[in-house]
Design a binder for this molecule. Structure first.
Ligand SMILES: Cc1ncc(COP(=O)(O)O)c(C=O)c1O
Length: 359
């Protein structure tokens, strides 16, 4: 049966299903702060192995594990390099400055991605006038960049360049498994190009919370201290960790369905006059598209869709984002196409502008 709402705002809206709930209810727990939660320990060991790193630490959220990485790699006064739309620099509450005294040098890239030429142009030489550059932060797959993924060769080139420049590399892999499924590479191959990688479990993997940061034993021991300092050290965290273990077993390969639904949605809405989108650019589960201004502002389109039971985000005056995940099936994607077509053709949003609009 179709659910009442087609929830396309984000994959963070996913709800745990019966199997995941059972796994959480049956989790064996202990006090993680003293390293005695067997389920957290199992998750950390499994993630370290999966990504080919010495150690891992469980964190509350993707933002927390990213900021633990920044804190672990940098000293106060350092600078990190990041693509200008990167989550770490834009959507984590100013975390690098607040928590680590680190500034972000933002670089305009392509669809959220960087390459060695762009990095090289942005890197400043050691000089007392400049903040020392310590870290490169990459996102794979990208969020605001449109769900784009790095080719493995690009990551290898960045790793080589960073080694030459004596810089560290962190990959924000909030949606790393989406990138792996789309590109056909392993999480381990990607992680080999970075010093640390953060993974989110509360997005496409469908868990209620949780993130893991992987890296060398020494770095992860610093990150563990950062977690404590940030107030994120955990106690009986085996309950959410059990959900993460469940997701590793059941929710990775199925990400391909989300990508297929996203591509389907993109191809269908490309046929609606006034909607601008390049369907071939949809690589993973995120679909960004533009609406011609004569149709109405993005926020009015989103409001009209909401009345039809379809939720998505207007992220800029004419730009909308739809995110596909395990709680949206093909029928949901079809409903979203029909709803958008009706809204665009009805003229309701133009009327909204004349009435003052809501943007
Ligand atoms: C690319 C990226 N990194 C990090 C995060 C942060 O995750 P959280 O919301 O768990 O802090 C997000 C969240 O959307 C994201 O898209």
């Amino acid at each position: 049966m179709a659910s009442a709402i087609v929830e396309l705002r984000s994959d963070t809206f996913t709800m745990p299903g019966p199997g995941m709930r059972r796994a959480m209810a049956e989790a064996v727990c202990g006090d993680d702060m003293v390293g005695e939660d067997p389920t957290v320990n199992a998750l950390e060991a499994r993630m370290a192995d999966l990504l080919g790193k010495e150690a891992a630490v469980f964190a509350c959220s993707g933002s927390q594990s990213n900021q633990m990485a920044v804190w672990s790699h940098c000293r106060s006064g350092d600078e990190l390099l990041i693509e200008e739309t990167g989550h770490i620099a834009n959507y984590e509450g100013g975390g690098p400055a607040v928590l680590s005294g680190v500034s972000c040098r933002k670089i305009r890239g392509e669809r959220g991605g960087l390459n060695t030429a762009l990095l090289n142009a942005a890197l400043r030489p050691p000089n007392q006038h400049f903040s020392p550059t310590r870290l490169v932060c990459l996102e794979n797959s990208t969020n605001i960049g449109g769900g784009a993924t790095y080719v493995l060769e690009q990551l290898k080139a960045i790793r080589t360049w960073a080694d030459e420049k004596q810089l560290l590399v962190h990959i924000d892999g909030a949606r790393l498994f989406n990138a792996c499924i789309a590109r056909g590479y392993s999480a381990r191959e990607v992680a080999a190009q970075a010093d640390t990688v953060s993974i989110c479990f509360s997005k496409g993997l469908g868990c209620p919370m949780g993130s893991v940061l992987v890296g060398s034993r020494e770095t992860i021991s610093r990150a563990r201290r950062a977690r404590k300092v940030f107030g994120g050290a955990l106690r009986q965290a085996g309950f959410p960790a059990a959900a993460c273990l469940y997701a590793l077993d059941h929710h990775i390969n199925r990400l391909a369905e989300d990508h297929a639904n996203a591509r389907f949605f993109a191809e269908q809405i490309a046929q609606i006059p006034g909607v601008k989108i390049a369907p071939h650019e949809v690589e993973t589960n995120l679909v960004f598209f533009e609406i011609d201004s004569h149709i109405g502002p993005g926020a009015a389109i989103a409001a009209a869709l909401k009345e039809r039971g379809i939720n998505l985000y207007a992220i800029a005056p004419q730009r909308l984002r739809a995110c596909f995940h395990l709680d949206v099936d093909r029928a949901g994607a079809e409903r979203a196409v029909v709803g958008l077509r009706e809204v665009v053709q009805s003229g309701a949003c133009v009327a909204g502008i004349h009435a003052g609009g809501n943007y």
